[in-house]
Design a protein around this ligand. Structure first.
Ligand code: NDP
Ligand code: 2IT
Length: 453
């Protein structure tokens, strides 16, 4: 007979057809959790997995807005409030044309374990829209955000659900969302994170996901008597996470060779010029072709002409989007059978959420690559969101150094937890298993204690 975890997985696929990303995220987690739940009948008696895979609440709503030409436009809006066992719902909002229910549910599900790994009291959620901010004027983005919040405000709150940014939602969007919330509710509260520094934001929040990714990687390298210093690195993406991954990797002495966007990618043998990258992406909202025009000796490859994963590097940081690193790319990064001793250890750490396909992950683990999954590796962002919430709530403003120190301490705690859990379950250094189990334990404990809800 199939095990408890296998039966629940089968039921998830049957009950939620046409949700491939959600199936993928649940499959990966349950594959690890079977080590815990299949040997302890308390979990099945409590219906724990069945409850864990079902969102507590899924909100889907219409977002009408008027474009600059006066035309009425309609987008879909979502908020998936997945699990509040250990704290209020927390997770980002994504504005991208690829957003659908499956994507929202996979992100919300992953967020449960990520948030638990931070050691902070936050539940898991995700939201967003299939709205595409690209090519829209500031006025259009503002009207869209106002309309989105005009529905979402009734479902969120400082002690209920605290959204933040994700793909396509940065400080501009958070500002417009915050303005509208404040206006509707007539109260100033920290109901969003990623706020601007002039209205309740925190230093380091902007940098936190990329910095956290590099801090956790450095922990994993240090644990093996190694470090980032002198290492060559491939980064994908050129948004918030990618930029601050490049910055921290450079600060720690690594050389970042690549970045990408949806139109193409850069190979820069001198190391990515972060000042130019910030100017192009953060200030001008431009494309990487502008980077190539300004930086000499770099190569620009349009989409379809190879990938960032083709370059020779020691460390790969996928920082764009889900399933961007497939088996063929994994095989380019590490040829089958090239083992530790011969070629030196290689590292992959996920800045994005679920950027590595299941087959690519298997390829890495099979080849002794040190693989840090997104749940652990990109948790610095949401952790710093909680540091922002503390400051907004107390009307205090901490120094960059203070927030950065706290972020580093949280990341150290994450590394110790995932490393310890991987050893405890007999798979030392398997951080997929370590992250899923360490993230699960606290949530499961709380769900048991709180009864059948
Ligand atoms: P941004 O919108 O700032 O940047 C996204 C980057 O990824 C852009 O370079 C974008 O290129 C590229 N990209 C997005 N979608 C695609 C796609 N379908 N195909 C190719 N390229 C794509 O988002 P973030 O940097 O904030 O987010 C990146 C990843 O990190 C996401 O997976 C997100 O969930 C995850 N993450 C973000 C956190 C945060 O705090 N912001 C925290 C934890 C995880 P283009 O501009 O051409 O679309
Ligand atoms: O995926 C993520 O962790 C985020 N987009 C950040 C969530 C947050 O609440 O800061």
């Amino acid at each position: 007979m199939a095990s408890y975890a296998e039966r629940v997985l089968k039921q998830v696929k049957k009950a939620n057809p046409n949700e491939p990303e959600f199936h993928q995220a649940v499959t990966e987690v349950l594959d690890s959790l079977k080590l815990v739940v299949d040997n302890d009948s308390r979990y099945e008696r409590a219906g724990l997995l069945e409850r864990l895979v079902e969102p507590e609440r899924v909100l889907m709503f219409r977002v009408p807005w008027v474009d600059d030409k006066g035309k009425v436009r309609i987008n879909k809006g979502y908020r998936v409030q997945f699990n509040s066992a250990i704290g209020p719902y927390k997770g980002g909002l994504r504005f991208h044309p690829s957003v659908n229910l499956s994507v929202m549910k996979f992100l919300g599900f992953e967020q449960i374990f990520k948030n638990s790994l931070t050691g902070l009291a936050i539940g898991g959620a995700k939201g967003g829209s299939n709205f595409d901010p690209k090519g829209k004027s500031d006025g259009e983005v503002m009207r869209f955000c106002q309309s989105f919040m005009t529905e979402m405000f009734r479902h969120i709150g400082v002690d209920t659900d605290i959204p933040a940014g994700d793909i396509g939602v940065g400080s501009r969007e958070i500002g417009y969302l915050m303005g509208q919330y404040k206006r509707i509710r007539n109260e100033y509260v920290g109901v969003l994170t990623g706020k601007g520094l002039s209205y309740g934001g925190s230093l380091v929040r902007k940098e936190a996901t990329g910095y956290g990714l590099v801090y956790l990687s450095e922990e994993a390298l240090n644990a093996r008597g190694d470090s980032l210093k002198g290492k060559t690195v491939a980064v994908s993406g050129s948004g918030n996470v990618a930029i601050y991954t490049c910055e921290k990797a450079r600060q720690l002495g690594a050389k970042v060779l690549t970045v990408s966007d949806s139109d193409g990618w850069i190979y820069d043998p001198n190391g990515i010029n972060i000042e130019v990258l910030k100017q192009v992406k953060e200030v001008e909202r431009g494309r990487l072709t502008s980077y190539a025009e300004r930086v000499k000796d770099c190569e620009y490859h349009p989409r379809g002409e190879g990938k960032v994963w083709d370059v020779d590097c020691k460390i790969a940081f996928p920082c764009a989007t889900q399933n961007e690193l497939d088996e063929a790319s994994a095989a380019k990064l590490v040829a089958d059978g090239v083992l530790l001793v011969k070629n030196g250890v290689k590292y992959v750490a996920e800045g994005a959420n679920m950027p590595t396909t299941v087959k690519a992950t298997e390829h890495f683990l099979h080849n002794s690559v040190i693989f840090l999954p997104g749940k652990a590796a990109n948790a610095g962002g949401v952790a710093t969101s909680v540091l922002e919430m503390s400051q907004t709530d107390t009307r205090l403003f901490w120094s960059f150094e203070k927030v950065d120190r706290k972020l580093q301490a949280i990341v150290k705690h994450i590394f110790v937890s995932i490393d310890e859990a991987s050893s405890r379950y007999g798979m030392p250094g398997n951080y997929v298993v370590g992250s899923n189990i360490a993230g699960f334990e606290k949530v499961a404990d709380a769900m048991m204690a709180e009864g059948v809800v």
